[in-house]
Design a protein around this ligand. Structure first.
Ligand code: SAM
Length: 286
């Protein structure tokens, strides 16, 4: 028989320990339909290997364990990590890792699993972008990422060039994944209620990126520089961010886009790839 998690007593030391901690972005999901929706969007199957970021009180964790997945749950909050280790001991395929996801050596973690894995999480909103960038940039054998994020971040993840939401995150998401916003989730689905609406985003990680670029790392430096100074032209932002001669960038912008005063937010992923290759060529780097 499956051991049920203990019901927390109302009040007292235990209650205080497990009361939501704002500094860790703790907004726990309490809506079962939303929890099921996330696990369905991630298509969690028996035998799947899943990295869960921020299991919290284990609402998602439990569902994924019940589906027979191997779940590796990284939780920064010592009290919650210990509670999960104690109360979820019945789930033999669950490994609780107490620590900060941003400090985990995910390359080593992935080598230890030795299998492709999925990422499923109701992310702590205060570090959503650094977590996503880490997952996307490390070239890990991740097949898909299904995450709850703020609605505004979901908008940025799938934004098109020329819109005000479009930025470095949109380019990275487009380069590495095929993404869809699966559902919008109201604040009432959480305890405590966040001030903002949320969305579940599903990202299928691409085996091959949709564009070919000689030096992807150099392209992303260019992307970061282009969006680092949003109100500046591409020429000014890139020369400031990367220390490249203004004339060279103006020449590239004129030749590739017919407009030396174009802004970075107008450029598509394909444009950034062309620009990066062009700059590499004229700098004699590629
Ligand atoms: N998965 C739970 C749920 O859906 O109810 C909790 C989600 S809550 C939005 C985010 C969780 O991430 C919290 O449990 C929080 O303690 C944890 N967390 C915050 N920062 C973290 C970090 N840097 N590394 C790992 N976990 C973190």
């Amino acid at each position: 028989m499956e051991k049920r998690p203990k019901v927390l007593p109302c009040g007292g030391k235990q209650m205080k320990k497990n009361a939501p901690k704002k500094r860790f972005g703790q907004n726990f999901l309490k809506d079962y339909a939303v929890l099921e929706g996330i696990v369905d969007a991630a298509d969690v199957q028996e035998g799947d290997h899943i990295l869960e970021i921020g299991p919290g009180q284990g609402a998602l964790t439990r569902l994924m364990c019940q589906r027979g997945a191997y779940v590796y749950a990284v939780e920064i909050d010592k009290d919650l990590a210990h509670m999960l280790q104690r109360d979820f001991a019945v789930y033999e395929r669950l490994t609780v890792i107490q620590g900060d996801i941003l400090k985990q050596d995910l390359t080593k973690f992935s080598e230890q699993i030795g299998e492709p894995f999925k990422v499923v999480a109701n992310l702590p909103y205060y570090i959503t972008t650094p977590i996503l960038m880490k997952l996307l940039e490390l070239s890990l054998p991740i097949t898909q990422i299904t995450v709850m994020v703020q609605k505004e971040v979901a908008g940025r993840m799938v934004a098109a060039p020329g819109t005000k939401e479009y930025g470095a995150l949109s380019v990275a998401v487009r380069y590495h994944t095929q993404s869809t916003v699966e559902m919008e989730v109201p604040p009432e689905a959480f305890y405590p209620r966040p001030k903002v609406k949320s969305c579940v985003v599903h990202m299928k990680v691409l085996k091959e990126p949709p564009v070919k670029v000689k030096d992807p790392a150099a392209m992303f430096l260019l992307v970061k520089a282009a969006f680092g100074q949003r109100r500046k032209t591409l020429v000014n932002a890139v020369s400031h961010g990367m220390g490249i001669d203004k004339e060279k960038i103006a020449m590239a912008a004129e030749e590739l886009f017919g407009d030396p005063s174009i802004r970075g937010e107008k450029l598509s992923l394909e444009d950034f790839a062309r620009l990066s290759d062009y700059i590499g060529k004229v700098s004699g780097k590629t």
